[in-house]
Every structure is written in structure tokens, then in C-alpha cells.
Design a protein around this ligand. Structure first.
Ligand SMILES: Cc1cc2nc3c(=O)[nH]c(=O)nc-3n(C[C@H](O)[C@H](O)[C@H](O)COP(=O)(O)O)c2cc1C
Length: 200
């Protein structure tokens, strides 16, 4: 198993350091129903503006519904398809662009949906699964393939599965999987009291 724990400047919760977006999935290991429900439950408990819960998820698990899974795979960019075809589960993530209480525009829908998605990914990590979110997909095609009503916006596709055993990963894929994880220093993105002021 490849362990790509984040090297953090400050000690943080190991669940956060353990999540990483791998591409080498084991196509033979499916996701159990209770694992899926736990991931969705984690997303369900994300906070949202007005408690609107603007997120929607369509789960496509290859062993349960090969056609739905294939339909979503076909929406991905060429580069993403190359590796995501090994993931047994693909999830289409959408945001409701309108508030349900007054049908007015919800400017926080994308923000809330992203929060739900990272909760889902962290719960998957806690269950020993790997996730990889993708923006590289054809949103119009996904809308059509899954009959997504106009007010909902396709935001991402999340691949879910078990990591492929290291010895079974091809050399070129392995190089990519082992590549260093990087983040900019804290001070470059996080400020104290005013724009650009160092926090640390
Ligand atoms: C909204 C979003 C869209 C992304 N789109 C893609 C994508 O289309 N293809 C891909 O290989 N990775 C994609 N990624 C993964 C990022 O490249 C990855 O999260 C980033 O490099 C940090 O790596 P880490 O998740 O392992 O920490 C996406 C991530 C997010 C959050």
C-alpha cells in the first residue's frame, strides 16, 4: 500500500494527512453497501447555508449497475478515463443552484457541495478506501446521460475504490503515484488580520 501522508508544518489529525488522490485502483475489490452508506452519511452531515443541503449525488457502482458506471465513465476526459476505469465506483456530484425555500439563486451551493464532498472523501479514507475528485468531465453529457434537471449543476465526479497493491501497479503509473505531494507554505494562502499579512 502506498502511504502518501501529507508532511505538515504543524501536527494535524491523521485522517486529513492520510487522504490523497491516487489513481491506481483495484478493479476487483468492490465497495460494500455499508461503506457506501457511511460515506454518504458523512456527506449528509456537512453544514450548508440555510441548512438547504444543496448537494445531490448519483452513485454508480460497477458491480451493481455496470451501465450507469459506464455512462459516467464515458463523461470523463480522455486522461481521466485512462485511470478511472479501474475504479469500481464513480459518483456524480451536483449542486442545486436554487434555494429550496424560495427558489432564489443560492450563491453558496457550490461551497456547501464541496464541503459535503470532502466529508465523503475523509469518511472513505477512514474506511481504508481511496477517493479522487475530478473536474475533468463533460458536464453537458453528464446532465443528459443522468437526466439531471436544469437547476442542478454537475460539479465533479469522485472515483472511489481500494488502492491497487503496489507490486501490481505498472511502472509509469507507479512513478505518478509516488510523486511528491506539495502545498504552498501556510503564509502564502492564510493571512492574519489583513491581506497578505503572515500568519505564522
Ligand atoms: C474540484 C477538483 C477537481 C479535480 N479534477 C481533477 C481531474 O480532472 N483529474 C485529476 O487527475 N485530478 C483532479 N483533481 C485532483 C487534484 O489534482 C488533487 O486533489 C491535487 O493535486 C492535490 O492532491 P491530493 O488530493 O492528493 O492532496 C481534482 C481535485 C478537485 C478538488
Amino acid at each position: 500500500m502506498i502511504d502518501k501522508k501529507a508532511e505538515t508544518q504543524v501536527r494535524i489529525n491523521p485522517l486529513i494527512t492520510s487522504r490523497w488522490s491516487g489513481r491506481a485502483y483495484d478493479p476487483q475489490r468492490e465497495i460494500k453497501r455499508e461503506q457506501l452508506l457511511a460515506m454518504l452519511e458523512a456527506a449528509r452531515w456537512a453544514p450548508s447555508c440555510f441548512g438547504d443541503e444543496p448537494w445531490r449525488y448519483i452513485v454508480c457502482h460497477s458491480p451493481d449497475d455496470r451501465q450507469a458506471w459506464q455512462n459516467l465513465l464515458d463523461c470523463l476526459s480522455e486522461g481521466n478515463q485512462q485511470w478511472a476505469r479501474q475504479a469500481p465506483m464513480l459518483i456524480l456530484v451536483m449542486a442545486d443552484t436554487l434555494f429550496s425555500h424560495d427558489e432564489k439563486k443560492n450563491p453558496w451551493a457550490d461551497y456547501d457541495t464541496g464541503a459535503a464532498s470532502i466529508s465523503l472523501c475523509l469518511q472513505a479514507t477512514a474506511l481504508g478506501l481511496m477517493t479522487h475528485q475530478m473536474g475533468g468531465f463533460d458536464t453537458d453529457r453528464a446532465r443528459q446521460a443522468f437526466a439531471v434537471p436544469q437547476r442542478y449543476r454537475p460539479m465533479s465526479v469522485i472515483a472511489v475504490g481500494y488502492q491497487l497493491a503496489k507490486e501490481r501497479i505498472s511502472d509509469d503509473m507507479l512513478e505518478r503515484e509516488l510523486s511528491e505531494r506539495r502545498r504552498r507554505p501556510l503564509d502564502e494562502r492564510f493571512y492574519a488580520g489583513r491581506w497578505g499579512e503572515k500568519i505564522s
